[in-house]
Design a protein around this ligand. Structure first.
Ligand code: BTN
Length: 328
């Protein structure tokens, strides 16, 4: 949207910038720039204007807005990044868009989800104003078995994004949760569409929820002991969510470009950051709910978890839940 593009230019401008320079950069008329500035002022942005100098962004309310996110991305990339104030679920919205054949990389980001979904049919708490709720479409070539590692690659991509944006080094809990100080800060839900006849994956929606600026009271009571946010967990104050949202997009773009040949980089980081290794765990079977005690031995090249059960048998766990004793 024009006003988001104008906001991004004002954010990146070191001082005053003329209306003419903005209209040239965006290929817009001066009148369109004027009305974008008017619309931004109506949203609470303080933009001063001085004759012969142009516009200066003095201040703006900190929200997760398209303009702020766009200011960290190439203009071309912003064309397939959609920002919403509120939505039931960004994964649902992207799924609805599949019928229009959106370009790979199409991304939806929301400031709030009213029906955020997690794995195993659980809900994902997504209050307004504190997190990042983002879904991206990718179209990797391969069958279901070929793309099974993508969820673990995504955990590495989000780990890298948090490190680039804030310099904060998170842990990975198998298979794709990110943890900080022993509590969950990120959940990832990947949903595949398969072409029935040939069994090839036609699209993957990668959904990522990141707890960025939540305070304990922003979580439902039952999550307060097991979830935290990046800012709360690191006592670093309120963090810029748009910066992280842009870094996540860049890292997911990189991941999609490196898939599948760049596996070594992702596997190395995964093994280095995985807190589920060399631990006593409970392996829980999704289908039966059956729980078995085991010790974790290794991350296999396909990102499955090698475990030794108490009776000495060795197994590779590919799905289900693994609970580390002592970690929520
Ligand atoms: C989990 O931890 O169980 C996975 C949570 C995934 C949450 C994200 S938020 C963005 C996207 N939209 C959803 O409805 N879910 C995912």
């Amino acid at each position: 949207m024009t006003k988001d593009d104008v906001f991004a230019i004002l954010l990146n401008s070191k001082g005053y910038i003329s209306g003419e320079a903005i209209s040239k950069e965006l290929g817009l008329s001066r009148a369109a720039v004027n009305s974008a500035v008017k619309a931004l002022r109506a949203e609470g942005l303080v933009i001063s204007s001085v004759t012969n100098k142009g516009y200066l962004l003095e201040s703006y309310p900190r929200r997760l807005t398209a303009g702020e996110i766009y200011s960290h991305l190439d203009h071309e990339r912003t064309r397939s990044v959609i920002c919403l104030e509120t939505v039931d679920s960004t994964n649902n919205r992207l799924k609805e868009m599949l019928k229009d054949d959106p370009v790979p990389g199409t991304t939806i980001i929301a400031n709030e989800q009213t029906g955020g979904r997690g794995r195993m049919g659980r809900s994902f708490s997504s209050p307004a104003g504190c997190g990042i709720y983002l879904s991206m479409l990718i179209r990797p070539k391969g069958q279901i078995s070929d793309v099974s590692g993508i969820t673990a690659w995504t955990a590495v991509a989000v780990h890298n994004a948090i490190l680039s944006a804030y310099g904060i080094d998170t842990d990975i809990k198998w298979v794709n949760d990110l943890y900080l100080n022993g509590k969950k800060i990120t959940g990832i839900l990947t949903e595949l569409s398969v072409e029935g006849e040939i069994g090839m994956v036609s699209s993957i929606i990668i959904g990522i929820g990141i707890n960025v600026n939540h305070k304990p009271e922003d979580f439902p009571e039952e999550l307060r002991d097991i979830a935290t946010s990046i800012s709360y967990g690191s006592s670093s104050g309120e963090l810029d969510r748009s910066l992280l949202a842009a870094e996540v997009i860049k890292e997911l773009d990189k991941m999609a470009a490196l898939w599948p040949d760049g596996k070594k980089e992702y596997l190395d980081t995964y093994r280095r950051k995985c807190i589920t290794l060399d631990k006593d765990v409970d392996v829980i079977n999704y289908a039966t709910g059956y729980k078995r005690s085991a010790h974790t031995i290794d991350i296999n090249p396909d990102f499955s978890l090698k475990v030794r059960y108490e009776d000495g048998t060795i197994d590779d766990v590919r799905s289900g839940e693994v609970r580390v004793r002592g970690i929520s």
